[in-house]
Write a protein that binds this ligand. Structure first.
Ligand code: SF4
Ligand code: SF4
Length: 143
């Protein structure tokens, strides 16, 4: 794909389509939830905050993360994927279109390595140009 200023509009699907492999929901830690994430998650789950905290969060001082069960985020289900999709933390929604990609091709290579949803047909420069456009348009990415 050749990227030109005249081409105008792009959408997320030009550079990324989630393959729903679940890789980004695996591991022994999760992203942290800011205050807005916490509020949205409580709303989405339809439970009171204390119940959500006890059942789903790992709280370390001021840091709130999601609990890990069997090596993955407590909300990950192999058949369904993310079971709190609408209430997931914004960092989950942003992934893998992290702004650090704009600064360094090595960040792009690392993220591309772990995420099969990234469009393999694009060079770094092409990918970067579209991501920059999308971030300029939207402010904060949400995939
Ligand atoms: S690693 Fe990429 S393709 Fe796989 S679920 Fe996460 S965002 Fe989707
Ligand atoms: S909240 Fe959803 S998207 Fe985020 S790590 Fe957990 S299962 Fe994955």
């Amino acid at each position: 794909m050749k990227i030109t200023a005249q081409q105008g509009k792009y959408s997320v699907s030009d550079i990324f389509v989630c393959a729903r492999c679940g890789y980004c929901c695996q591991g022994e830690t999760t992203v942290s939830l800011d205050q807005d994430d916490q509020r949205r998650m409580v709303e989405e789950l339809g439970l009171d905050r204390q119940t959500v905290r006890e059942k789903y969060w790992r709280v370390t001082g001021a840091v709130v993360q999601m609990k890990i069960v069997d090596g993955h985020c407590i909300f990950y289900n192999e058949q369904m994927g993310c079971t709190v999709h609408s209430g997931r933390p914004w960092r989950c929604g942003e992934w893998p279109l992290h702004p650090s990609i704009l600064a360094d091709p090595n960040n792009f290579a690392t993220i591309r390595e772990s995420c099969p949803g990234i469009n393999r047909e694009l060079s770094y420069e092409e990918f970067r140009a579209i991501l920059q456009y999308l971030i300029d348009e939207a402010g904060r990415m949400k995939c």
